[in-house]
Design a protein around this ligand. Structure first.
Ligand SMILES: Nc1ncnc2c1ncn2[C@@H]1O[C@H](COP(=O)(O)OP(=O)(O)OP(=O)(O)O)[C@@H](O)[C@H]1O
Length: 589
């Protein structure tokens, strides 16, 4: 990155963060006032000290001594109060801004296209949402806000000490370029070190995410040792990166302090000589040294701030990587309402290839190519084909998880891209093999997406889904907690819960990815009953893995390598002795 673009992105970042701070302007104003009072009081304290040393002690004026010390204490108490106010308000301000940033980032992530989630790692996104956002907090710090005050202090104090004793002021100023040089050398080193820290934190988080959600797999393959080794690898890498970043910071700060100390030493040397010569009082030297300290403190906080900015810039870059990706699956300028279907869904010459993988983007690797068929209103259409034929992809195109590359999908003649996306999805219920159970109660799970439904409606759907008896057998009924990922439920119970959820959604279209999981005959029968209730009188598309369940489908579409190779009813297709018959026979051999 060149110096110019670095400055641009720094300004960008400051704008990005301070826009949020400005939402509560009064806190900012009070805070800046408090910081100004603190700076002024700090300026007054050395004056009182000098007064005591130079005037009160020589005059042996005890009463004045008590008054002066009293004033000193009073100033210290007021300083303490304002310090409290400034720190507290700073905390409120930074927490407000950071929470605002975090929720916006979370919303931005949720709005992303499905493709984004398929190409991102969850652990990495979590690190961006948590510690990268936290890192930005350092920008809204006392250091940052007191910067303006610091500049005034710096100029004011420099003018004041030049006036008091220009030789010592010039001598101390000679150390400033040295501080700047140190900053320039360390800026890039610190930036790069923190970039590596963030990357290794993401890797560690990905490893945790991947393994903690697949504990059963790890245990059954006794791969605890293997996973532990992988985690160790990332943890050690993160440790080394962290140590490297700390080392750079640890060298940087003492170097700046060292240069500052050099300034103090020079002033002490020169000042002591002036005192010996009688052109400066002892109190004058003590006060001068305090002012030199005040001159150096803005420089120190400025360099510390630049250091924090480098860290925050790394996190800002990572946050921007997410917010700069704009979802493409969005509403058209004037979206149309979802129609009440009377004709059905039509696919015309639909093609689609997964992006991001150059191999798949080639037309001969397209997941779906030139597919045309109708899904008539109120009827059941079954999709069959070998694994990888494109069945799931096709259903995801109909729910607009992806947009087609070519061709059209229409609902009663209205192109899918013209229909309001929210309404479209509210009108399609999907029951997939991989059933998502949210962490909460059974009620939360059935009610998900239909929060207005009352318990009567929920239980009515539970009955149709054949899970009412089970719910009633539980001491807490609908209020029973189902653990993370629904671990406490059996496969069949999870499926029926998902069916109840889909029934409550009361969508016009149902997409069903039939479970291949081996349920015992009894469960299969109850689930089939529940499914029949769900599919009854609805426009449905069923991915059938067991061909025995679709004998009665109104039409069967056979897919092979992303293309439609046959369409018809079960009996017709068997008679045609084509691909369907082969699939069918293969299952019953
Ligand atoms: N998210 C994805 N990114 C890239 N390629 C994908 C993605 N999902 C599926 N594919 C590929 O697209 C093709 C079609 O997959 P799809 O899941 O639609 O098949 P399917 O017929 O549903 O298979 P199954 O019956 O095994 O579920 C396959 O070659 C698959 O590898």
């Amino acid at each position: 990155m060149t110096t110019d673009t670095k400055q641009d992105s720094t300004l960008d970042m400051l704008r990005f963060v301070f826009q949020r701070v400005l939402k509560k302007r009064w806190i900012l104003v009070v805070n800046i006032l408090a910081l100004t009072v603190i700076t002024l009081l700090q300026f007054v304290l050395p004056q009182i000290e000098q007064f005591i040393i130079d005037k009160v002690i020589p005059q042996k004026h005890v009463q004045l001594l008590f008054i002066s010390v009293g004033l000193l204490l009073l100033a210290a108490v007021v300083l303490g109060l304002f310090n409290f106010l400034a720190t507290y308000l700073m905390g409120v301000m930074s927490q407000n801004a950071i929470t605002d940033l975090r929720t916006q980032l979370y919303d931005d992530i949720l709005d992303q296209d499905t493709h984004f989630f398929e190409s991102s790692k969850t652990g990495d996104l979590m690190v961006r949402l948590t510690s990268d956002v936290n890192n930005m907090q350092s920008l809204i710090s006392a250091n940052m806000l007191s910067m303006i005050g610091n500049i005034f202090t710096f100029v004011g104090v420099l003018g004041f000490i030049l006036y008091k004793n220009w030789q010592m002021a010039v001598a101390v100023s000679l150390t400033f370029p040295l501080t700047f040089l140190i900053y320039r050398v360390f800026r890039d080193r610190i930036h790069n070190a923190f970039k590596r820290v963030r990357q290794s934190q993401s890797q560690m988080s990905n490893q945790m995410q991947n393994t903690l959600t697949e504990v059963d797999l790890i245990k059954s393959y006794t791969s605890e040792g293997y996973e532990s080794q992988r985690f160790d690898h990332y943890a050690l890498k993160n440790r080394d990166n962290m140590i490297d970043a700390t080392k750079n910071q640890a060298i940087f700060s003492p170097l700046v302090d060292g240069v500052n100390f050099l300034g103090v030493a020079i002033v002490l040397l020169l000042g002591a000589m002036f005192v010996m010569k009688g052109s400066l009082t002892v109190g004058g030297l003590v006060a001068y040294l305090s002012y030199v300290g005040m001159l150096q403190s803005p420089i120190s906080s400025f360099t510390r701030l630049l250091n924090q900015i480098q860290q925050a810039l790394v996190s800002y870059g990572r946050i921007k990587e997410v917010t700069n990706v704009h979802p493409t699956i969005v509403n058209s300028a004037n979206p149309l309402p979802m129609p009440e279907l009377q004709v059905g869904i039509a696919l015309k010459d639909v093609s689609f290839a997964f992006k991001g993988d150059p191999k798949r983007a080639k037309s001969d690797h397209a997941a779906i190519s030139h597919v045309s068929f109708n899904i008539p209103f109120g009827q059941q259409t079954a999709l069959v084909g070998h694994s990888g034929a494109g069945k799931s992809t096709l259903t995801r195109l109909i729910d607009r998880f992806y947009d087609v590359d070519a061709g059209d999908i229409t609902f009663d003649g209205i192109p899918i891209k013209e229909i309001d996306l929210k309404q479209l999805r509210q009108n399609i219920a999907i029951v997939s093999q991989d059933i998502a159970i949210i962490d909460g109660t059974i009620r939360d799970n059935i009610q998900y997406g239909s929060p207005e439904a009352n318990d009567d409606a929920i239980m009515a759907m539970a009955e149709l889904a054949d899970i009412k008896d089970f719910i009633q057998s539980l001491p807490e009924g609908l209020a029973t907690q189902v653990g993370e990922r629904g671990l406490k439920l059996s496969g069949g119970q999870r499926q029926r819960l998902a069916i109840a959820r889909a029934l409550l959604k009361d969508a016009q279209v149902v997409i069903l990815d039939e479970a291949t999981a081996s349920l015992d005959n009894e469960s299969e029968k109850t689930i089939q009953k529940a499914l029949n209730n769900l599919l009854k009188e609805r426009t449905s598309l069923v991915i059938a893995h067991r061909l025995s369940t679709i004998h009665n489908a109104d039409q069967i579409v056979v897919l092979d390598a992303g293309k439609v190779v046959e369409i018809g009813k079960h009996e017709e297709l068997l008679k045609a002795h084509g691909p369907y018959e082969k699939l069918y026979n293969a299952q019953f051999e």
